[in-house]
Design a binder for this molecule. Sequence first.
Ligand SMILES: *Cc1c(COP(=O)(O)O)cnc(C)c1O
Length: 405
Amino acid sequence: MNSPTSPHLPASQGGTPVRAKFLPISVPWIGEQEKQLVLESLESGWITTGPKTADLACRIAGLAGTKHAVCVNSATGALHLALEAMGVGPGDEVITSPYTFVATVNVIEHVRATPVLVDIEPDTFCIDPAKLAGAITPRTKVVITVDYGGHPCDYDAIRAHTQPRGIRILNDAAHALGAAYKGKPVGSSALADVTAFSFYATKNLTTGEGGAAVTDDAALAERISLLSLHGMSRDAWKRYTDTGSWYYEVVAPGWKYNMSDVAAAIGLGQLERFDEFQERRARIVARYHAGLGDCELVRLPGARANVTHAWHLFPIGLELEKLAIDRGRFIQELRAENIGTSVHFIPIHYHPHFRDSLGLGPGAFPVAEDAYSRAITLPLFPRMSDADVDDVIAAVRKIATAFRR
Ligand SMILES: *Cc1c(COP(=O)(O)O)cnc(C)c1O
């Protein structure tokens, strides 16, 4: 039979798209449990920070293996308050990665400290411990590690540089809830002094918007908690219940970063299936590896032997030298095949603000820049079916083959 279109021809050139229906890069999976718990909160008469937020904090501390957890309205808020609580301010330097979401670096500016960027490792896209040593000065107060995509940084190698100098580690673990390094859960004080998680809509566990800071340090936890609600010395829900008191004192000009019980209810529902979510992510990754492992036109992300990867992202790297199109065009072609993708991340120093404030241009971080030029993040979320995964594999192979140089 003669078909007017060919399955091998890119959809952008009139071929049949791999999928009829668009596949987004990530979709949250909200189940009956989440709906039930949200309803319970709505009907309880207590919808802001209260018992559900406290319950979620306990469970996040349990997952992260820490004594304390403070739930807030975003990972950005958790990172900001952690820097405040650690006393970071003007004149201090904070080292982090250029291959991250802007929130990681914005918070350094929020406390009027100076961001110092250090290039990443080519395999994990995490901060390169060997290069970290050269960026440390007497002013370095904190290193913000970023467990990129859910792969923990090399904490032993990082701590070999920071610990002797009394430099603290704040982990931006927005991608890494459920990950582990040498058997220690991300969050553990063996890795970082404070760890921030994100419960944004696309993250491995969501509350719609939300985040948490975890730590073993009671004083830091107390300070983060205080600063998350105006610097008031008592939580509102304790004030207004009959066991509490109307009295409070403001001991610092804090922020309004508290989590609502409606959001916490979503998180509590999600937590019941979190292990299942993580297992599904790992199975999808295995399917991607099986389906694309032999394709010489793309590089696949891996996990080092000593980590448990949280698999928040599946970023492939195009072998640009073997392709006739660039990354931007490859994304357009996948879009025409009805596959949604994204790029994680635009290097920090490529953004006009940081380019100007840090005075850095292209060439400053060759590994991050090279990774960025090749990067495409493929769909990865627990609700994807095996058929969805196979469509992504087919589309990547189709476009790579069609545009082989
Ligand atoms: C999503 C993300 C954040 C911000 O999380 P929010 O909860 O939206 O504030 C911070 N860092 C990284 C690396 C992220 O991907």
